[in-house]
Design a protein around this ligand. Structure first.
Ligand SMILES: O=P(O)(O)OC[C@H]1O[C@H](OP(=O)(O)OP(=O)(O)O)[C@H](O)[C@@H]1O
Ligand SMILES: Nc1nc2[nH]cnc2c(=O)[nH]1
Length: 177
């Protein structure tokens, strides 16, 4: 029995995740033909999605990592988004695709878009595996969206609860939360 089975139930299984990621990869491949694409992977949650998505984009691309944190291990945002790690290169003139695992209140992505746009990139688009529209506090347009989910706290496939469960291989829900 896997370590998480008594705590975590399945919401979106691995096969469904990978099938949708293949579709998103194909769409991004079509849209960025002839452009130099930079994926801005938002640490830590988006890493699993970002790496699987990158493998499904049939284009040369650059990877950058940008760390932000606002949940501090809990199930509610603190409302204060902090940069924990910055990207390694200037973003000016680049075609940026920001990769997130989830857009919930939208506060993190709102902060990131404002921060990145101030660096004068050629373009900025957003890919998010999940969207939880019922909790939105600010409007974010998602260019490449995996799944819309209800108001439940999800874990797995990069998403944590108190830093645990990121390595659960599917999107799950905490039992009894
Ligand atoms: O739309 P919001 O309400 O702002 O929530 C979305 C953000 O919350 C999570 O990050 P978290 O702060 O938990 O950091 P982590 O990715 O390192 O776990 C998630 O990875 C998103 O970045
Ligand atoms: N793990 C996790 N982090 C989040 N950050 C914003 N919403 C969520 C969620 O549902 N689960």
């Amino acid at each position: 029995m896997a370590f998480y089975e008594k705590d975590v139930g399945t919401l979106i299984d691995e096969a469904k995740l990978q099938a949708r990621i293949r579709e998103l990869g194909a769409e991004i491949t079509r849209d960025y033909q002839g452009k130099e694409l930079t994926l801005v992977c938002v640490l830590k949650g988006s890493t699993f999605f970002a790496m699987d998505l990158a493998r499904n984009i049939d284009l040369p691309l650059t990877l950058e990592f940008l760390g932000v944190s606002s949940y501090q291990g809990g199930t509610e945002t603190t409302g204060e988004v902090r940069i924990t790690t910055d990207v390694s290169k200037p973003m000016a003139g680049k075609h940026l695709l920001v990769i997130e695992d989830i857009i919930d209140t939208g506060l993190t992505m709102g902060f990131l878009l404002e921060n990145l746009r101030a660096r004068h990139p050629a373009s900025v688009k957003v890919a998010s595996l999940l969207e939880k529209p019922s909790r939105a506090r600010t409007k974010v347009d998602i260019d490449y969206k995996g799944f819309v989910i209800d108001d439940v706290f999800v874990v797995g496939y990069g998403l944590d609860y108190a830093e645990k469960y990121r390595n659960v291989p599917f999107i799950g829900v905490m039992k009894g939360k």
